[in-house]
Design a protein around this ligand. Sequence first.
Ligand code: COA
Ligand code: MG
Length: 288
Amino acid sequence: MRSLLFVPGDSDKKQAKALACGADVLILDLEDSVAPARKPAAREMTRTWITTAKVQTKRPMLYVRMNALTTPYWQDDLSGVMPAAPDGIMLPKPRSGADVELLAMHLAALEQTFGIAEGTTRILPIATEVPLSVLQMPSYVGASPRLSALTWGAEDLATEIGASTNRRSDGTFTSPFQLARDLTLFTACAAGVPPLDTVFVNFRDAAGLRREAEAAARDGFTGKLAIHPDQVPVINAAFTPSADDIARARAIKKLFDDNPGSGALSMDGQMIDIPHLKQAERLLARAF
Ligand code: COA
Ligand code: MG
């Protein structure tokens, strides 16, 4: 899950374009990019499109972003798209891990109704869109075995707290949003799922996107949301371990293999110990 591209659920033009753009995950959106009057059409188009896309042999993972549990739409969203058995559901604006548990219960019932293997529909929450959730981040740890990753949002959170902007003039996030980002990283790691960075909305600014994606990768995020196909290759590059990174990880692994029972070793004048070995193993698991 390096790149996750949002595709409006009611746009057949964008859906047609999405499959071949190289994204690891497509998120068919029924929420903010679909106007209220278009929700029923979007559910139907999304279901039909996923059903067709799922039979392709080499395809991205297919997720659906439902509407929040506080809206009148979410139950129709789920019953509308679950017959297509999407790989996962993105949950916007959860208030805490209890909302993940509630969604998991509904998914279990729908899986039974539509003959889908129980527990196979994953859940990806956008954990920081409402202030209450930011205050309850530990509740996501262990909330459900369906949890596939954790990501965060800065746009709805800005509206919720009354912030006139979420970025400084140099493009970096202001303090409240930096906190939301960092808490997502810690929470995802505590939950044992991949941390995913939020969208970069200025989709014509490839250099700004690259900077932000590389900073996220440096800090431990393993992927990033996208809103435009042009963002996908930039994100994939930032979250794919480089040849140098892979070579170094292999060398660390070999050093420990050659010195069984050692805790701390030296390589190129630097101390290498067990945390470095674990990090190298994690990187090699992500390399493909
Ligand atoms: N998925 C698939 N295809 C997309 C796409 C997306 N998210 N965004 C743009 N495209 C397609 C366009 O349809 C266009 O196709 P064409 O070459 O066949 O005409 C091509 O990519 C180039 O698009 P462009 O003209 O540069 O952008 P646009 O003005 O058409 O669209 C947005 C700009 C922001 C409206 C569009 O990128 C979008 O809808 N993004 C997703 C929005 C969303 O889901 N938001 C919710 C999550 S925050
Ligand atoms: Mg939103």
